[in-house]
Write a protein that binds this ligand. Structure first.
Ligand SMILES: [Mg+2]
Length: 275
């Protein structure tokens, strides 16, 4: 069994994982492509297990503080929303705050995109996650106590097959603006490859179009963590000669690892956590 303690080697790895994407974002001459895939496999799994053994214990849990911890990637590896915070998350998601927060992310993303000088060679890329980034699964999660009740893969796949998830309005605005500016759009989702048709149908019905590629998990990725799977796919995008100028997602596993892009944009999601 791998060591679960934070020894010197693991500590170095943790520091690498925390700062690797920041290092990439300051790289001037792109694309600089390295294959780090073996750096974040076994050791990071050991770290995940170490963290799982130490869930946050707080008898006086303040839900605003809990959400702050979630959105800053401080509170991690949680399986369901703490029961005392279900009502808080419901109010957040159903009220105006979720939309307001999403709008801030879209506005900053648009300002950043406007500031870039695109090369005009069709190689400037923006990567979007799908769920809780372009599409909202709020109708499904509302039925599962806004993340306060366990939901298995089957329930999500059944929902995804309906292709009825609405667009997240702020992201839709950003998406349309990026197309207008001339970005190539890559959609990188944790959904499985057999969900391609339903996902495409849903995206089109929600108003999205003209993406360059929709990347889904193939059989080789079924057992892989999102951070490893998504890093590998982004590395491939770079190896194909594209420059990832922006990267939007609701999970830190969309935005960390390697080949994260010049700048990342975190959308709010207090309903679930994906490693
Ligand atoms: Mg997502």
């Amino acid at each position: 069994m791998a060591s679960l303690s934070l020894n010197h080697h693991n500590l170095l790895l943790l520091l690498f994982l925390l700062f690797s994407c920041d290092l990439h974002s300051t790289t001037a001459n792109r694309p600089q492509v390295f294959d780090h895939s073996d750096w974040i496999s076994e050791e990071s799994t050991a770290l995940d297990k170490w963290e799982l053994k130490q869930p946050p214990q707080d008898p006086q849990l303040n839900c605003e503080s809990w959400r702050f911890g979630v959105e800053t990637n401080t509170v991690r590896f949680w399986s369901v929303v703490p029961q005392e915070c279900v009502e808080y998350v419901k109010d957040y998601m159903d009220g105006s705050q979720y939309l307001l927060d999403s709008n801030v992310v879209a506005n900053v993303s648009i300002a950043y995109a406007n500031s870039l000088n695109l090369s005009g060679d069709g190689k400037d890329v923006w990567v979007f996650d799908v769920d809780e980034t372009l599409l909202s699964n709020l109708p499904l999660y509302a039925a599962y106590n806004y993340g306060g009740a366990d939901m298995d893969d089957g329930a999500f796949i059944k929902w995804a097959d309906l292709a009825e998830a609405p667009a997240l309005p702020a992201s839709q605005r950003l998406y349309a603006h990026l197309l207008q500016l001339g970005f190539k759009i890559f959609l990188l989702t944790g959904r499985y490859d057999y969900e391609r048709n339903a996902t495409e149908k849903n995206l089109v019905q929600a108003g999205y179009h003209s993406w360059e590629a929709l990347l889904l998990r193939g059989p080789d990725d079924y057992e892989t963590t999102a951070v490893v799977y998504k890093s590998g796919r982004r590395l491939k995008i770079e190896k194909d000669g594209f420059r990832i100028r922006g990267n939007s997602g609701d999970q830190w596993s969309d935005l960390s690892g390697y080949s994260c892009g010049d700048r990342t944009f975190k959308l709010p999601n207090p309903m679930y956590f994906i490693a």
